[in-house]
Design a protein around this ligand. Structure first.
Ligand code: IMP
Ligand code: MG
Length: 179
C-alpha cells in the first residue's frame, strides 16, 4: 500500500495539528449554539471522528452519503444521495464536515439540499482544500490544509475505495491510476 505512494503531502502529525486547531475554533464559535455535525461519507469519517474529539462543547452527529465520482479521479458533475439524514434540521446549527473540497460541485448541491430543510445556520468545514480546481463559488468557514492540484489519498481519501487507512496524505504514483 505505502509503495503506491510517490510523495507525502502532509504527515499524520501535521494533520493532527490542523484538526486540533479546527476543533478549538469550532468549539469557541459554537459555544452558545446547537452544533450538529454532518459527515459526508465515506471520505470524511476519519476526519469527523478526530474532529469531534477535538471539539470540547456538546454536539450531535449524522451521516450523509452521496456519489459523484464512480471509481475515477475526476468529477462528473452528477451527484446522487445514497444515504440521507435520519431526522429534521429545525433549530440545528449545521456544520457540514468534508474531507476535501475539489470542484465544489458535490458540496454546492448538498448545501442547496440542506438549506431547503431550514436549519438555523449552516457552515462548512473541510480538512483539505484543492482550491485551484474550484468550479463553483464556495468559501468554507473552516479550512484545515491547502493541497496541490494532484490526486491524493490517505486519511479517509480513497482511490477506487483503497488507501483510506493510510494515516498521512500522499500522492499516488501515476501508473496506479493511468491504466
Ligand atoms: P468535488 O465535487 O469535485 O468538490 O468533489 C468532492 C469529492 O471528491 C470529495 O469529497 C472526495 O470524495 C473526492 N475527491 C476530490 N479530490 C480528491 C482527491 O484528490 N483524492 C480523493 N478523493 C478526492
Ligand atoms: Mg471518494
Amino acid at each position: 500500500m505505502h509503495d503506491d505512494i510517490c510523495r507525502i503531502i502532509y504527515t499524520a502529525e501535521e494533520i493532527e495539528q490542523a484538526v486540533k486547531d479546527l476543533g478549538r475554533r469550532i468549539s469557541a464559535d459554537y459555544s452558545d449554539k446547537n452544533l450538529f455535525m454532518i459527515s459526508v461519507l465515506k471520505g470524511s469519517v476519519i476526519f469527523m471522528s478526530d474532529l469531534m474529539r477535538a471539539i470540547t462543547i456538546p454536539c450531535t452527529i449524522d451521516f450523509l452519503a452521496v456519489s459523484s465520482y464512480g471509481a475515477g479521479t475526476d468529477t462528473t458533475g452528477e451527484v446522487r444521495i445514497l444515504k440521507d439524514l435520519d431526522g429534521p434540521l429545525q433549530d440545528r446549527d449545521l456544520l457540514v464536515v468534508e474531507d476535501i473540497l475539489d470542484s465544489g460541485v458535490t458540496l454546492a448541491y448538498l448545501l442547496e439540499l440542506l438549506t431547503a430543510r431550514h436549519p438555523r445556520s449552516i457552515r462548512v468545514c473541510t480538512l483539505f482544500d484543492k482550491y485551484e480546481r474550484r468550479k463553483v463559488d464556495i468559501k468554507p468557514e473552516y479550512i484545515g490544509l491547502r493541497v496541490p492540484n494532484e490526486f491524493i489519498v490517505g486519511y479517509g481519501l480513497d482511490y477506487a475505495e483503497k488507501y483510506r487507512n493510510i494515516p498521512y496524505i500522499g500522492v499516488l504514483k501515476p501508473e496506479i491510476y493511468s491504466d
